[in-house]
Design a protein around this ligand. Structure first.
Ligand code: SAH
Length: 243
């Protein structure tokens, strides 16, 4: 696909969802290269189930840009379970002010994110390989070091909270990207969030987007107190006995 056609398609997707986000020529160029690279590398190893340019724009780029409006200026952001770099890479594209760390347990995916960020000139992205529950445990360098922790398609909210919240500094924001299941999962995760030290439990926000029919929901929690050092637990325990 030529870049002009790509641009038109992207504009159409953003307009269809009434997304209030101005994209510059440079951003289109980065998204174009990101899409080409994702689809070609995906033939070598599994990064996404999506196989078309339109699908990448809709499900990866558009979706990843949605929470941008809910992230404070200059924030240190951690993307837990970033996979092929979503939402980390598109977020870094539209918000060059953010310092984004993409974390994933799979070395190949982390290498892909690192190389892609370099190729696209996204100097505000770093990629780290490891398991969230190990890197956020008591005494770890990354614990309580982020202003915003974000995650898409990694685990149910209760499990995800234990993996993500300990990375947040006091007053930080946890953005779990969820669909309609958000409301049900939020109820289920209330106790987990309480135990993890989140004061304001769940709030559903729709940053940027204005169309209630099509827009995705996001869960936001604000951490105001300290997370007890016993969390997170080992992954086997998290899975077996969610908070
Ligand atoms: N966020 C991406 C990828 C979702 S797939 C997207 O929305 O497209 C889930 C990813 O989370 C996988 O790449 C997997 O390796 C990673 N993952 C799952 N559990 C993890 C954990 N405990 N720590 C770090 N990464 C994890």
């Amino acid at each position: 696909m030529e870049i002009n056609e790509f641009k038109e398609l992207t504009e159409a997707v953003f307009a269809a969802h009434k997304l209030k986000c101005e994209l510059t020529e440079q951003m289109f160029d980065i998204f174009y290269k990101m899409t080409e690279r994702l689809l070609s590398e995906n033939e070598k190893y599994n990064l996404t189930a999506i196989r078309t340019v339109g699908g990448v724009i809709e499900n990866h780029i558009f979706d990843s840009v949605l929470p941008a409006g809910g992230i404070p200026e200059g924030a240190r952001v951690l993307d837990v379970g970033s996979g092929g770099g979503f939402p980390a890479l598109p977020l870094a594209t539209v918000r060059p002010d953010l310092k984004i760390t993409a974390l994933d347990a799979t070395e190949k995916k982390v290498e892909y994110i690192r190389a892609t960020a370099e190729l696209l000139g996204l100097s505000n992205v770093t990629a780290v390989c490891g398991r969230a529950e190990e890197l956020s445990s008591d005494g770890s360098e990354m614990r309580e070091k982020f202003d915003v922790v974000i995650a898409r398609s990694v685990a149910s909210l209760a499990t995800l909270s234990e993996l993500c919240v300990p990375f947040l500094g006091v007053g930080g924001k946890f953005i779990a990207m969820k669909s309609e299941k958000a409301i049900h999962e939020a109820k289920e995760a209330e106790n987990a969030l309480y135990l993890l030290g989140c004061v304001q439990k769940c709030e559903i926000i729709k940053p940027y987007a204005v169309d209630p029919e099509t827009d995705k929901l996001f869960m936001v929690t604000v951490k105001r107190t300290k997370t007890p050092i016993k969390y997170p637990r080992k992954y086997a325990q998290i899975k077996k006995k969610p908070l």
